[in-house]
Design a protein around this ligand. Sequence first.
Ligand code: NAD
Length: 298
Amino acid sequence: MEKVMNSPLILDGKKISEKIRGELRSNISEASREAGREPGLAVILVGSDPASEIYVRNKIKACEKVGIRSFSYKLAEGIRTEEIIELISELNAKEEVDGILVQLPLPPHIDQKEVISAISPSKDVDGFHPENMGRLLGGIEEGFVPCTPLGIDILLGEYGIELKGMDVTVVGAGFIVGRPLSALLLRRNATVTVCHIHTKDLAKFTSQADMVISATGVPHLIKSDMVREGAVVIDVGISRIGGKIVGDVEFESVSKKASAITPVPGGVGPMTVTALLMNTFKAFRIRTGIQSTSTINP
Ligand code: NAD
C-alpha cells in the first residue's frame, strides 16, 4: 500500500493578516473619532532599490486600508546622513506622526546606526532603536518589537502553537530578523539555538529542533533531511529566482515532514506588515492616551 503523505498545517499569514487587519480597521476608526485625528506613519525611502520600493508601496497601501495616514518621503540616493537625521528630527516633533519607519537597507555611504538612533524611541515602530532592542533583550514588555519577529509570534499564537519549552533553531542572525527574533523567543521561554554563516554543521542543529525558523535569504537552504518529522517550519527568507519569489525552505520536500509550515509568499511577509500596522496603532494609542479594545496587542 502506498504511504499516505503527511499534509502539514499551512500557517496562512495572508488569512490571519486579513482577520487582524479587519479588526484593526474598526478599532482605528473608533480611536480616530475619539482622538480627532488618524494615526500617522512616516515612511522614509532612500534611493530606488526596486525591492524596497515594492515593500514601501505595500506598507503605504496597507496603512490606507486600515485608516492609518501615511507620510511618504522619497529621498535621493546621494543624500547625506545628516540630512536624513534632520528630516527625522522634524518628524519626531510632528504631532500627527506617531510612527517613523526608515526602509532598510540604506545605501552604503549612510550611517545606518546614526539614522536609527535619531528616531524617537516612542515613534520607533520598526523597533530597531537601541532602546527598544535593549528592552526586548532585557525582557522588558514596554517598547516596540521589530515587525518580523512580532508577526511570527502573532502567527504562532493564532494557531495555538505554544513556544514555552520548545527547542527552536533560528537560522540567520541578522539585525532585522534573527537577533531580535531570538530575544523574543527567549522571552516566550523557548530554548533557542542561533545558527549563522559560520555554524560548522547547520543540519546538526536544525534536525533536532521542534521548530526551525530560517531567515538567511539563501534560497532552499533548508532541505527535508535537515528537519525532523513533525517539526514546525517557519520560512522568513525572500529571494527572487527568475521573477519568482522563493524562501529559504525547500517547501515541496520539507512540507512532507513538517507538522506545520509557512508558505512563501503568503506566510511571514503579510504578518510583518500587519505587525507594523499594530505597532503604529500602539504608538498612536500611547501618544493619545486611548485604551485598546483589541484582543491582540503587540
Ligand atoms: P541579513 O543579511 O542581515 O542576515 C542573514 C543571516 O543569515 C546572517 O546572520 C548570515 O550569517 C546568515 N546566513 C547566510 N548564509 C547562511 C548559510 N548558508 N547558513 C547559515 N546562515 C547563513 O538578512 P536579514 O535582513 O536578516 O534577512 C534575512 C532574509 O529574510 C532575507 O531573505 C530577507 O529578504 C528576508 N526578510 C523577510 C521578511 C519578511 O517579512 N518575510 C522581513 C525581513 C527580511
